[in-house]
Design a binder for this molecule. Structure first.
Ligand code: SF4
Ligand code: SF4
Length: 418
C-alpha cells in the first residue's frame, strides 16, 4: 500500500503487536523517525541496502536488511525514507511484503517548526531544505507508483532537471562529478539552443518540480540571468535552484533574477575555498533571497572516466545502485540520464548512442507528441547507458574522498576513437 492517511494508520502502528521500520538510514530517515516518534509510534528497525550500515545502530536503532525485516515481521510496516522508491517497491513486492508506505502523508502532516524542536536537533535542516526534501519525495513517490502500477493515466511529471549553462568554473576540483576538470577550453552554453530545447521540453511534460541551474559555476556565465528568467516563466515549473560554490558574489542582473519567488540558491561551502561565502549570505539576507548552505567535506569517489569491460549483469547492477542515474541533465539541446553521460559525450570520451543515451530536444523533425513519448520512455525506463561502461558508478559503499581538491591544469582524459 503506497497511498495512505497517517491519521487512519496511527492507531494500528501504535499497537504493541506492530513492528515498524524505516527504509533508509540517512537524513530523511531521521526526519521520518522524528515524525513517527512525535505521534508516539515506536520504530523498531532501520532498513538499509548498504551492507556497511546493516547490524549497526542508527539513531540508537538497529539497522537490518529488507530481507531480514520482512522475514522477522512479514506483517510489519515499513516507511520508505528516501527517493529511490521504485527499486525498493520492486524489492518488497518480490519479497511478497505488502505494508510499505512512502513518507509523503506522514511528513506533510508533521509540524517540524513548532518550538523549533526539530531544527534544534538538526541545525542544518532549514525549512527550505525540509520543504525541498518533501517535494522531491512526493514527486519520486508519484513517479514510482505510476511506473510500477503501470497506471493508465497519461501524467508525465519530472522531479528535477539539471540545466548546464557553462563548462567554466571558478574552482577546478580534480574529482568534479560533472567532469569540469577535463575541459581544456571551457565554454558557456549556446542559449539559443538551450531556449529552443527548453520550450520543446516544457510543451512535452506536464510538470517539473525543480530546474537546477549549474555548470561549472553558473555565475561564471554573465548571462545566467537570461536562463533563470526564462525558467521561472514556465508555469509548469515549480522551482529554480541555482547552485554555487560561493566564489562569486552575484551582482547586477545576475542578482536581480534571484529575487523571483521561484528561485532559491544552493550553496556548497568548501570551507576556505569558498572565499565569498559570508559575503554572499549577507547579500542574500539583505534581499530576502531564500538559500540553503551546506559545508561539504567529503564526496563520492567517482574515479576516472575510462572504458572497462563489464557484462550485462554487471552494468545492470552498477546502474541499479547508482545514486546519480536520475540526475537528468540538459546539455547542448540533449537530455542525458546523468552528468557523466552528458559531459563524457561532450568531451568525446564516451560514445553516444541516440537510441539509448539521450533525447535530442532540439530536433524539430520530432513532433511534440512524439517527443513526449520519447522523453517519457527515456525517463521511466531503468536501463543502463553507454556511459556506465566508462564509469565506476556511485553506489553505496563505493568510497568517499576529500571534497574539492584542486588541480592547476585540466586533467588528461581518454578520447574515443572515431
Ligand atoms: S566547484 Fe568543483 S565540483 Fe563544483 S562544478 Fe566547480 S569544479 Fe565541479
Ligand atoms: S554509473 Fe552510469 S548512471 Fe551512474 S553516474 Fe556512471 S554513467 Fe551515470
Amino acid at each position: 500500500m503506497i497511498n495512505y492517511k497517517i491519521s487512519e494508520l496511527e492507531a494500528h502502528l501504535k499497537s504493541p503487536s506492530s513492528t515498524v521500520g524505516i527504509h533508509g538510514a540517512g537524513l530523511c530517515g531521521r526526519q521520518v523517525l522524528y515524525a513517527l516518534e512525535k505521534r508516539g509510534i515506536k520504530v523498531h528497525f532501520f532498513v538499509d541496502s548498504n551492507e556497511n550500515k546493516q547490524n549497526n545502530l542508527y539513531c540508537n536503532i538497529k539497522t537490518i536488511s529488507a530481507e531480514k525485516f520482512t522475514s522477522l515481521a512479514p506483517n510489519g510496516h515499513l516507511f520508505i525514507a528516501h527517493d529511490f522508491i521504485m527499486p525498493v517497491m520492486e524489492q518488497l513486492n518480490k519479497l511478497n511484503f505488502k505494508n510499505y508506505y512512502n513518507s509523503v502523508n506522514l511528513l506533510e502532516k508533521t509540524n517540524f517548526s513548532d518550538g523549533n524542536e526539530y531544527t534544534k536537533m538538526y541545525p542544518n535542516m532549514t525549512p527550505i531544505k525540509l520543504e525541498r526534501n518533501l517535494k522531491k519525495h512526493k514527486y519520486s513517490a508519484e513517479i514510482a507508483t505510476r511506473i510500477i502500477n503501470k497506471e493508465k493515466n497519461d501524467i508525465f511529471n519530472i522531479k528535477h532537471m539539471d540545466v548546464v549553462i557553462t563548462e567554466r568554473c571558478s574552482l577546478k576540483c580534480k574529482d568534479c562529478a560533472n567532469l569540469m576538470q577535463y575541459y581544456e577550453r571551457p565554454q558557456n552554453s549556446d542559449l539559443e539552443i538551450l531556449f529552443k530545447s527548453l520550450d520543446r521540453m516544457m510543451k512535452s511534460v506536464d510538470q517539473i518540480y525543480e530546474f537546477r541551474v549549474l555548470g561549472g559555476d553558473p555565475f561564471m556565465n554573465k548571462e545566467m540571468y537570461r536562463v533563470v528568467n526564462k525558467l521561472t516563466e514556465y508555469r509548469n515549473a515549480e522551482q529554480v535552484v541555482v547552485y554555487t560554490n560561493a566564489k562569486i558574489v552575484p551582482k547586477g542582473e545576475n542578482l536581480e533574477c534571484l529575487k523571483n519567488k521561484k528561485v532559491r540558491l544552493e550553496i556548497t561551502n568548501y570551507g576556505e575555498l569558498s572565499t565569498k561565502h559570508d559575503e554572499i549570505i549577507a547579500v542574500l539576507n539583505k534581499h530576502d533571497i531564500p538559500y540553503q548552505t551546506d559545508l561539504v567535506k567529503l564526496w563520492d569517489d567517482i574515479g576516472s572516466i575510462k572504458y572497462e569491460k563489464k557484462n550485462h549483469n554487471q552494468l545492470k547492477e552498477l546502474f541499479r545502485d547508482c545514486c546519480a542515474k536520475d540526475i537528468f541533465t540538459l546539455f547542448d539541446g540533449v537530455v542525458y540520464k546523468c552528468p557523466v553521460s552528458a559531459h563524457g559525450t561532450k568531451l568525446k570520451s564516451v560514445p553516444y548512442d541516440s537510441k539509448y543515451d539521450g533525447v535530442d530536444l532540439a530536433d524539430e523533425n520530432i513532433s511534440i507528441k512524439e517527443l513526449r513519448n520519447k522523453l517519457k520512455d527515456f525517463h521511466d525506463n531503468d536501463k543502463y547507458i553507454t556511459a556506465c561502461s566508462y564509469c565506476k558508478g556511485r553506489g553505496y559503499g563505493y568510497g568517499t574522498i576529500k571534497a574539492a581538491i584542486q588541480t592547476k591544469k585540466p586533467l588528461p582524459i581518454d578520447k574515443i576513437q572515431n
